[in-house]
Every structure is written in structure tokens, then in C-alpha cells.
Design a protein. Structure first.
Length: 169
């Protein structure tokens, strides 16, 4: 009860743009990302599509500046989600880069990523997490500095944000 009114139960809620479910699987959040990403991609298709006249350099710039932030918003928080969920985001990136380059079906995604010098979503999330957690560790605010540290390598059954920092994942 809050001010005499009952509070309704919900299996998920949205907080600062991240959809949190009761088990913190982030499945619904990743589905929301996919929907938003596809909407933005559809708006950019005239500029980035297979037959668009824009150069590859600028198509890639549009991807990195407008589409990848949709995928990576708050990634240090939810980036340790299950591999199956992260794979869905990897598929979004691969399909977009394939569209940008107009690559035929037999070219491997790994080769496209290498040629364009674009990291995988998992690698990109790891870089974001390293930067984010280094900023927290070196922050001057005493409240932030008093947050207890935890070792991400212990208790591997639970996924926590710092598990992104582990290299073997």
C-alpha cells in the first residue's frame, strides 16, 4: 500500500530505459532493443541500404553513431545476459553490416567484421564495461567509492554486471 492505494504487481518494469524482469534475464529488454533497432534501421535504409549511393565509410559511420548506441545503451548493466540473448543482438549487427557492404551470402560475418574493423557485440560490451567499471573504481565521490567490490570469478552461477570483465565468457 502506498498512500492508501494498493500497488499492483508486475513481472517487469522499466527503469532509466532498461526493462528489468523479476529474474533479471533481460529477455524483454533485449526484445525491446531489437524492436527499436529495427525501427531506426528502417528509417535509415534509404541512406544505408544495399543500393544507396552513400560511400561505405559514411554508411559505417551512420551505423556506429546511430544504430550501435541503440544496442549498447546501459550495456555494462545488462551485458552479462545469457549468450542466447546477446547472440540476437549480434545477429542485428551482422545483418546491418552485410546490408551496408552488400556482401553476398557466402562471405563470412567474421570476415566482414575484420575488414570493416568492427568488433563483435560481445567484445564491444566488454570494452564498455571495462571503461565503466574503471570510472567507478577511480571516482572521487565517497558514496561511489564505498560501494563494496566483488570478484566476478566467484559464484559463476549468478550473472552480475562485472562478469563482462571475464575474458573466457
Amino acid at each position: 500500500m502506498l498512500y492508501g492505494r494498493p500497488i499492483s504487481w508486475s513481472n517487469s518494469t522499466r527503469y532509466l530505459g532498461v526493462t528489468l524482469d523479476k529474474k533479471l534475464t533481460y529477455k524483454e529488454h533485449i526484445e525491446n532493443i531489437r524492436t527499436k533497432y529495427n525501427g531506426v534501421k528502417a528509417h535509415l535504409y534509404p541512406l544505408m541500404g544495399r543500393k544507396a549511393k552513400l560511400s561505405l565509410r559514411y554508411k559505417l559511420l551512420l551505423y556506429k553513431e546511430l544504430l550501435r548506441p541503440v544496442i549498447s545503451y546501459a550495456a555494462p548493466v545488462w551485458g552479462a545476459a545469457a549468450k542466447t540473448h546477446i547472440k540476437k543482438l549480434e545477429t542485428l549487427q551482422n545483418s546491418t553490416l552485410r546490408m551496408i557492404t552488400d556482401a553476398p551470402w557466402f562471405i563470412r560475418n567474421k570476415n566482414i567484421l575484420h575488414d570493416l574493423r568492427v568488433s563483435t557485440i560481445k567484445e564491444f560490451f566488454s570494452k564498455l564495461a571495462i571503461n565503466f567499471f574503471n570510472q567507478i573504481d577511480n571516482h572521487s565521490n565517497p558514496a561511489i567509492r564505498s560501494i563494496p567490490m566483488y570478484d566476478p570469478s566467484t559464484n559463476r552461477k549468478k550473472r552480475r554486471p562485472r562478469t563482462l570483465l571475464l575474458q573466457d565468457k
